[in-house]
Design a protein around this ligand. Structure first.
Ligand SMILES: Cc1cc2nc3c(=O)[nH]c(=O)nc-3n(C[C@H](O)[C@H](O)[C@H](O)COP(=O)(O)O)c2cc1C
Length: 247
């Protein structure tokens, strides 16, 4: 499907340009909680590695709990004054459950007998994903995978993201894309956000009662931005010529 309406680009441009990280929020103005729900539902449509969706999103709305959580976000003004705090969490430990769900969803589209493309999908979800995502605390398995990647890579292009740390990075990438979709979604609804990595990861994990290998990728403050106090300065970006290249 193509969207051939140039107005879409204009609207998108407006949303992207208007989104700023807002550090102070209005307190006594209407706030549509459903906008958060809609934006999270948009967030889960984000591109993500292997479609494993190794993410979770926690909404903290209760004022008392939010106040306690804001303290763990180093008492930042964005967290303190927000209407809600969203924790974007990665769950690399759920790889088995999620890869089975993805496989079950794509299985009906396979041909009988399996085409080479189908066979690749079977191998990918049933063999490769478990090899790459499996966790083993001694680090031996990681070293083996690193050596295999190195040796294979001498002969041909070979994916090098094989260790457990690599998997965590991949999960954080996907989570960050979802966070951006969420923030743009909130802006499209007329609300503001502030992504935060300034928080105590250990205490926030405990606060959310997350399992051992879950990690909080980002906290996001949401609310009705207070202008101009909420904007800490004019938007600055490195000139495009210094960061966008044609090769
Ligand atoms: C991963 C990440 C972590 C961030 N952490 C914080 C934070 O802890 N506190 C804060 O006030 N802003 C934080 N920010 C917001 C950035 O400072 C902000 O995006 C940047 O200055 C650009 O401004 P803009 O978002 O208004 O365009 C974070 C942004 C990202 C993407």
């Amino acid at each position: 499907m193509t969207i051939d309406n140039p107005i879409s680009a204009e609207i998108f441009n407006e949303i992207v340009n208007q989104r700023r990280s807002i550090r102070v929020y209005e307190q006594n103005v209407p706030f549509d909680e459903e906008a958060v729900k809609r934006s999270l539902e948009r967030a889960v449509l984000s591109a993500n590695s292997s479609n494993l969706q190794l993410w979770e999103f926690y909404r903290v709305k209760n004022p008392r709990k939010k106040e306690a959580l804001a303290k763990l976000c180093l008492n930042q003004s964005a967290a303190r004054t927000s209407r809600e705090l969203i924790a974007v969490v990665i769950r690399p430990d759920l790889y088995k459950k999620r890869s089975q769900a993805v496989f079950k969803a794509i299985r009906p589209s396979f041909s009988t007998p399996l085409t080479p493309k189908d066979k690749r999908a079977v191998t990918y979800y049933n063999r490769l994903i478990p090899i790459v995502y499996s966790y083993e605390p001694t680090g031996i398995w990681n070293s083996i995978k690193r050596v295999v990647g190195f040796v294979q890579g001498l002969r041909k292009p070979f994916p090098r993201l094989l260790t457990y740390t690599d998997c965590r990075i991949v999960c954080h990438k996907s989570a960050a894309l979802a966070a951006q979709t969420f923030m743009l979604g909130m802006k499209s609804e007329g609300y503001d956000t502030c992504p935060m990595e300034g928080f105590d990861q250990v205490r926030v994990r405990k606060f959310l009662d997350l399992p051992r290998r879950a990690e909080v990728s980002m906290m996001i403050a949401v609310g009705v931005g207070k202008y101009p106090e909420g904007i800490y300065g004019p938007r600055f970006r490195i000139p495009n010529e210094e960061v966008i290249f044609e090769i």
